[in-house]
Ligand binder design. Structure first.
Ligand code: ADP
Length: 162
C-alpha cells in the first residue's frame, strides 16, 4: 500500500490544492490530506472547519481522506505508515522554502521522500491568501475554490449586522 501525505494549512482549500490531490491520487494507493493545526499562522478557519471543507471537496475521490495533525510532520507521516510527502510547486518563488523544508524533513526522517507536483498552469497564480483577500473585498472566487469552500467563505466573511 503506497500512502502519501499532502500536508498544509488549507486555509481554505483551493482548486490548486485540489488539482494536486487529484494528481497524487492517481500515483498513490491512498492520499491523506493532512491539515496542520499550526497556531503560529493566524488562520481564518478553525482546524475543524478546514478539515470539514477538505472532506467534502474530496468526497468523490475514493482513495483520498482528510485528517489533521498537531505534531512534527515526519512523525505524523511515520505514524500513518506513509512513505511520501506531497507538496505543490507553483513557481520559482515556492522553491526555496519547499527545498529547505524537504531537506530538513529528510534529515529528521530519511525514509520519507518528498514529491513535488505542479498544478495545471491556470492554478499557478492561486493561493489561499489571495483567495481570502478577493473574498474579503466581495470579489467572485467561484473559479478558484470548490463550491463548498465558496459558501464557507461567504458565511465567514459576511459583514456583521449592526
Ligand atoms: P502551507 O503548507 O505553506 O501553509 P498551503 O496550505 O497554502 O501552504 O499549501 C499546501 C501545499 O500546497 C504547499 O506545498 C503549497 O505550495 C501547495 N499549493 C498551494 N497553492 C497551490 C496551488 N495553487 N497549486 C499547487 N500547489 C499549491
Amino acid at each position: 500500500m503506497r500512502i502519501a501525505i499532502y500536508p498544509g494549512s488549507f486555509d481554505p482549500l483551493t482548486n490548486g490544492h485540489l488539482d494536486v490531490v487529484q494528481r497524487a491520487a492517481k500515483l498513490f494507493d491512498r492520499v491523506i490530506v493532512a491539515v496542520a493545526k499550526n497556531e503560529s499562522k493566524h488562520a481564518l478557519f478553525t482546524l475543524a472547519e478546514r478539515v470539514a471543507m477538505v472532506k467534502k471537496a474530496v468526497a468523490d475521490l475514493p482513495n483520498v481522506e482528510a485528517d489533521s495533525f498537531d505534531c512534527l510532520l515526519v512523525e505524523y507521516v511515520v505514524a500513518r505508515k506513509a512513505r511520501a510527502i506531497v507538496r505543490g510547486l507553483r513557481a520559482v518563488s515556492d522553491f526555496e522554502f519547499e527545498f529547505q523544508l524537504a531537506l530538513m524533513n529528510r534529515k529528521l526522517e530519511e525514509n520519507v521522500e518528498t514529491i513535488f507536483m505542479m498544478p495545471k498552469d491556470t492554478y499557478t497564480f492561486l493561493s489561499s491568501r489571495i483567495v481570502k483577500e478577493i473574498a474579503r473585498l466581495g470579489g467572485d472566487v467561484s473559479q478558484f475554490v470548490p463550491p463548498n469552500v465558496q459558501i464557507a467563505l461567504q458565511k465567514k466573511l459576511k459583514p456583521a449586522k449592526k
